[in-house]
Design a protein around this ligand. Structure first.
Ligand code: AHR
Length: 496
């Protein structure tokens, strides 16, 4: 059997650009994701700037978060934007019925969210309430956000609340999971409502891309119907897909730490299904939209495990380990290969929820292995994708058999080529050789994320247990890149 991986990288045949928005993140009013993951309020003892936690802002800025999706998720379809404007102390206190039945005091509303993305230098993805509010509510929210200063009643109200200038809204979500928590709709009904709500949502401050609530997993009928009935009225169709180690029963997903190798294997196999889902949904979209004007927006992806023992199960809190880092690398490579259609994505979620980038506890914060993968992939943002194919030995475990090595490559604006190599085999290093055309380089150096154990992770006491390390074990000679990829690793190389 083959023990080495071989491949080709054709830098002389550049592909589409990988939109930076593919590195977007999802921040829902869920658990401790917003309070106190992002927002502690200006009077908090936790160090903050105008209410935003300083540690979290600094960490997010360092990875140049390009886009944030908010306020949900399921939360979006029962969110009323007027609850979140005006003096904070006077905002209505409600119950978050989706997530743990906890109090929602609406301290983080429209101004706080737009201030958040402004401080990050990120684009805003605002998810509108289609499930439980009339279309005028969406229209008026968009008007409140985007109407020129001093024009309409809502523009004046915005000014009275402290922001005379309009904001730019890059993406508007027209409902969320309309087949489920967004209203249990049939696809035909969802398409009709998508057309109706979209029609009356008019940005007056630049183009606002309308993203329809799309399928999850392999629900191809949904994609077919939405594209047929709404394809001409939307700019994007959302795809949601979560990786669960055990995917037979929703209530039983498997633990985030201390899992057996079998669950490492199933996690990898399930993650790789993303390739199939993206390919097949894209093929349906091609029928109705051959010019690829409508993007596939994978605006919820990541791992979903059993909640951390002892935590509120409605908070979707989980630890994040080397397994998550490998999952992130695999997904980002898949998105790179589909850069023509996947023009935006959002990992679920940003802080303290599901496959989080950051975890907080009181005044403490820790960067997860997933955060470090986003850091390693920064050169992919807005870079030109390059065709790379790698044939590798299979990693076997019981009935699971998956290729061990996944790769993607880009050329950045300065002309430099970057290669990402992921080895999902938890036990075996894999020698890799990639024949390159169109690359004038003699060295390949970079950073690697790897560890001895499958569930290596960072804690508040040991925040740097798993961080990228400098890597100089790769060679370039005679137009071939060779490297021995350690077991369970994510390696990103810059060619010079
Ligand atoms: O990310 C958690 C939830 O997963 C979202 O609110 C919902 O859209 C999806 O089911």
């Amino acid at each position: 059997s083959m023990t080495a991986a071989t491949g080709t990288l054709s830098a002389d045949r550049p592909g589409p650009r990988m939109n930076r928005q593919v590195f977007g993140q999802f921040a829902e009013h869920l658990g401790t994701g917003i309070y106190p993951g992002i927002w502690v309020g200006p009077n908090s003892k936790i160090p903050n700037d105008a209410g935003y936690r300083r540690d979290v802002m600094t960490a997010l800025k360092a990875i140049k978060v390009p886009m944030v999706r908010w306020p949900g998720g399921c939360f979006a379809d029962e969110y009323h934007w007027r609850d979140g404007i005006g003096p904070r102390g006077k905002r209505p206190v409600k119950v978050n019925t989706n997530w743990g039945g906890v109090t929602e005091d609406n301290a983080f509303g429209t101004h706080e969210f737009m201030g958040f993305v402004e401080r990050l230098g990120a684009e805003a993805y605002v998810s509108a309430n289609l499930g439980s509010a009339p279309p005028a509510e969406t229209s008026q929210w968009v008007e409140y956000l985007t109407a020129p200063a001093g024009t309409t009643v809502l523009a004046k109200e915005r000014a009275a609340n402290g922001h005379p200038a309009p904001w730019k809204v890059q993406y508007l979500g027209i409902g969320n999971e309309l087949w489920g928590c967004g209203g249990n709709m049939r696809a035909e009904y969802a398409a009709d409502l998508t057309n109706r709500y979209g029609q009356f949502a008019k940005s007056t401050n630049g183009k606002m891309l309308k993203i329809a609530s799309g399928p999850s997993d392999s629900n191809y009928e949904w994609t077919e119907t939405l594209m047929k009935l709404s394809g001409k009225n939307i700019d994007g169709l959302a795809l949601h897909y979560y990786t669960r180690p055990r995917d037979t029963k929703w209530e039983d997903k498997g633990p985030a730490l201390g899992f057996p190798e079998r669950e490492w294997a199933t996690t990898m196999a399930h993650t790789l299904q993303m390739e199939d889902f993206v390919t097949k949904h894209s093929a349906i979209m091609d029928k109705y939209d051959p010019d690829k004007k409508v993007m596939l927006a994978v605006d919820e992806w990541g791992t979903w495990y059993d909640p951390t023992p002892g935590s509120n199960p409605g908070f979707l809190q989980q630890q994040n380990s080397l397994r998550d880092a490998v999952v992130a690398g695999l997904n980002l490579n898949i998105f790179a290969h589909h850069a023509d259609r996947v023009k935006m994505a959002a990992i679920a979620q940003m802080v303290n929820v599901l496959q989080a980038m950051l975890l907080t506890d009181g005044a403490k914060m820790v960067k997860t292995p997933t955060y470090h993968v986003f850091d390693l992939y920064q050169p992919w943002m807005d870079a030109t994708t390059l065709p790379i194919t790698v044939k590798s030995p299979y990693y076997h475990y019981d009935e699971v058999a998956v290729q061990s090595v996944s790769a993607s490559a880009v050329r950045d604006a300065s002309g430099q080529v970057h290669v990402a190599l992921v080895n999902l085999d938890p036990k075996n290093a894999v020698p890799v050789s990639v024949k390159m055309t169109g690359v004038q380089a003699t060295t390949a150096t970079g950073r690697i994320l790897t560890a001895a154990t499958m569930d290596a992770h960072n804690t508040f006491d040991q925040p740097n247990a798993l961080v990228p390390a400098a890597f100089s074990g790769a060679q370039v000679a005679d137009g071939t890149l060779t490297v021995t990829l350690p077991a369970k690793s994510v390696l990103v190389l810059a060619l010079r």
